[in-house]
Design a protein around this ligand. Sequence first.
Ligand code: HEM
Length: 461
Amino acid sequence: MGPLAHRKLSALSTSLNATRLMGFSLGTTRVIISSDPHTANEILYGQSFSDRPIKISAKVLLFERAIGFAPSGEYWRSLRRMAATHMFSPRRIACLGGVRGRVVEEMVVGVWREMEEKGVVELREILQMGSLSSVVESVFGKCLPSEREELRLMVKEGYELIGRFNWEDYFPLGFLDFYGVKRKCHKLATRVKILVAQIIRERRNEGELEGRNDFLSVLLSLPEEERLCDSDMVAVLWEMIFRGTDTVAFLLEWIMARIVLHPDIQAKAQQELDACIGVHRQVEDSDIPKLAYLQAIVKEVLRMHPPGPLLSWARLAVHDVHVDKYFIPAGTTAMVNMWAITHDASIWKEPWVFRPERFIEENVSVMGSDLRLAPFGAGRRVCPGKALGLTTVHLWLARFLHQYTWCTARSVDLSERLHLSLEMKKPLACKVFQRFDVNKLVCDPCFHRDSNPSGGSKNCK
Ligand code: HEM
């Protein structure tokens, strides 16, 4: 189906009048796709679709022993409980506020450095590095720069491999490995095991786990009967790094693309920031609930550019079931085309228009209770990282907009590429202008004009 599978499937289901449910076969795999909130609700909340079909690449890359692909039995439940308590609880998310703040500070400085040196800012790499630093610190605490770089390379390669179509997933003949995906996954899994096991060993040798806040230290200090064996711990820690890095970075890149494309919306968000925070201090997590318009922008981007347009990883029917009166046999793969739902004109007024105001007029939750907009999925396998992801995105966006005015550096290309997440096909390039004298944190409109290092602020008008 390629890099625009969500669009092709959407067009197909519309042309066949099968938005509620469309079925087809891919090799030996039976697939159903819902592009409708009602049947999506039945699939995502139904007890029958509680497993995931596991791709060979995901299996070899250890994810079968992590939350995302573990079958929905006792082991999976215990992992979700553990993650909910020690990685994603509101208290843990609040504790990580310092890390989020420090990382965004580094990014803000990095953005300005790039602007001064090159006259243009390519955001993607800055966001990916920031996202990686933030998630690595919450999972491992401090780690060496060389370890972080190795993690970055491993996440990148893992994304490439999992995103790739592999014939063997659909035509199970053991000897096939057309693109060498299996071989490459085995090599990558070996690197992951070596590196993560080494980090675990180092932490054990340091001894002192008390008072440490990172997920690894918490896992190591669990009572004997709850503790994971080392190989399962490697899988769970690796999954957190893998899932937590690019989802946040890609979403923020889409948001910033919209910000530079719509200067009026940017100005409105900045007015809100100035009214709530003023110009004498930085934005903090505790300010976010007051920033209704900023939150509406994030929702509108999640609607127009959902990071998982097909909800990333599908569901598997564990027993026979009926969906919308159709009989679905056990073993069927079920997908929800969230992109089709969020672009359906019978659900959303002017779905192709970017208009955050729609979420001021109507409060729609993005957390999975309203299937018109469920970018984190819903039901038992809903994304456990949704609150952490959103908290990070809100704070970072608020800091970016508070500090700088953002403009286009070249035309913004909104073409998409669906890999594991929905990425911008062409990286975004912007220019930034200081809104304040950073040393004094006092608003000075003239400073804004004068601080354009490439001389000229035409794009900001
Ligand atoms: C913008 C940020 C994010 C988006 C849009 C997103 C989206 C998703 C989606 C669509 C699913 C599938 C849900 C379903 O089947 O119903 C999912 C699952 C998952 N996500 Fe996220 N995610 C984000 C951030 C994160 C973060 C930060 C982490 C961890 C650090 C994370 C960890 C996971 C895990 C472990 C699963 C598998 C859950 C299971 O199968 O039980 N996600 N995510």
